[in-house]
Design a protein around this ligand. Structure first.
Ligand SMILES: *Cc1c(COP(=O)(O)O)cnc(C)c1O
Length: 415
């Protein structure tokens, strides 16, 4: 089924590359909007958007134009100097998000590390925690990236095995998993986080919806309770919205569904407009004031090219109505997926254009992804039994209708 051309390229990766991924057997050559093409010219509908990094669609022409123009002018300068695009970019992000101060990084994991540093300094310098004893509470099933510190507080054995020793100062508590049978709003999770808080706790760091964890969507009200808990205990609430942010769930930020505001916000993925790695940590002036020259940095963070592209990516979210489209098309796709009446589908969950379909144990999500691929749809499993559907936020109803026909056909084949 895989052509010789594709096979050759796949074999090169196998021969020369570390095997830290196991990609679907397809070699991509080109992307445009919601579509991708392989090297043999076959066309696919992208329903995973590079783990939500391509919310604007592939090679958005206006973003490419901005990228090329800025690349010809000034791309990288380091922050040893001020540059033309950076100030305007962070002003825009600040006004749009309501956070006073921004620290730019490149990948998501770096922005998470930045949040950890910010939380700890705030803990020592504002809250008065005794030196080297600050604790950050994280959730069971979390995914925050791949640095040794971050995998150290993961609950996934695969992420950690053989990579220790790990950093101290992280405490795991229960996430609000809808599968739990709490009578009140995720009582178990809130109680568990509450029990983990002590005088050394500087922050709670969670995802509003756990993406890599399987699109685990907490009950309504959980985040509000968590906000109150943090307020009552003088603990920062830091949200990792690297994947959930910037319109993915049908709101600019997922926390808006709950009408709260965190003390720190981590963004990445779609911030780079699907062209570059761009991430940021956002917080108050007070929290950020504990960074001084020399305490933290990044050679590429906030570079002119990234600043210009991210700035345009933010504009386009608004100008092209991508957040509203995520809400409307997300609801439509969710309803259509819920209407598939097959007994091995356990649950359809998620918000906006970020949906997970969970199967019974007997169905392999990876196999379903392979079948979808042969029908011209690219999607990706998370864990063994969940498929995620997260197309670019530009997707239209007609494109969803086309996809649903294929999805139904493939799933019926597993009956
Ligand atoms: C992808 C992701 C990260 C890590 O981002 P990288 O750019 O891969 O380092 C962190 N947190 C969440 C919630 C993510 O989805």
């Amino acid at each position: 089924m895989v052509s010789n051309l594709q096979n050759n390229l796949i074999n090169k990766e196998a021969l020369y590359g570390a095997k830290n991924y196991s990609p679907l057997p397809i070699v991509l050559q080109k992307g445009e909007g919601v579509y991708l093409w392989d090297v043999d010219g076959n066309k696919y509908l992208d329903m995973m958007s590079a783990y939500s990094a391509v919310s604007h669609g592939h090679s958005h022409p206006e973003l490419v134009k901005v990228l090329v123009n800025q690349a010809e002018k000034l791309a990288i300068s380091s922050r040893a100097f001020y540059t033309e695009p950076f100030g305007e970019y962070i002003e825009k992000l600040s006004k749009l998000s309501g956070f006073e101060s921004i620290l730019p990084m490149n990948t998501g994991a770096e922005a998470v590390e930045t949040a950890i540093k910010a939380a700890r300094r705030w803990g020592y310098f504002t809250k008065g925690i005794e030196e080297n004893s600050a604790e950050i509470i994280v959730a069971d099933g979390n995914f925050h990236g791949r640095t040794t510190t971050i995998v150290g507080f993961s609950s996934e054995a695969d992420y950690k095995k053989g990579f220790g020793p790990f950093a101290d100062g992280f405490v795991q508590a229960d996430y609000c998993n809808t599968n739990c049978d709490c009578s009140k709003i995720c009582e178990k999770s809130i109680q568990s986080i509450k029990n983990s808080i002590n005088k050394n706790t500087c922050a709670v760091l969670v995802e509003p919806i756990q993406g890599e964890g399987g699109i685990i969507t907490p009950q309504d009200g959980w985040l509000r309770q968590l906000r109150d808990l943090c307020d009552d205990n003088n603990v920062l609430l830091i949200l990792d919205e690297i994947q959930s942010g910037l319109g993915r769930t049908g709101k600019m930020f997922a926390y808006e569904h709950e009408g709260i505001k965190p003390d720190g916000l981590i963004l990445g993925k779609a911030l780079g407009g699907g062209l570059l790695p761009v991430s940021a940590f956002l917080s108050s002036k007070e929290v950020m004031s504990h960074f001084n020259p020399g305490s933290h940095g990044s050679t590429f963070g906030g570079n002119p090219l990234a600043a210009k592209v991210a700035s345009k990516a933010l504009d386009l979210l608004i100008d092209e109505n991508l957040i509203e489209n995520s809400k409307v098309m997300g609801n439509y796709l969710k309803t259509k997926l819920q209407e598939i009446n097959l007994d091995f589908i356990r649950e359809v969950r998620g918000k906006g254009l970020w949906l997970g379909v969970e199967f019974d144990q007997k169905i392999s999500a990876k196999k379903v992804c392979l079948s979808l691929m042969s029908e011209g749809i690219l999607a990706k499993e998370t864990h063994e039994t969940v498929i995620r559907f997260a197309p670019p936020l530009t997707i239209t109803k007609a494109e969803i209708d086309w996809a649903m026909e294929k999805i139904i056909k493939v799933l019926r084949g597993y009956q």
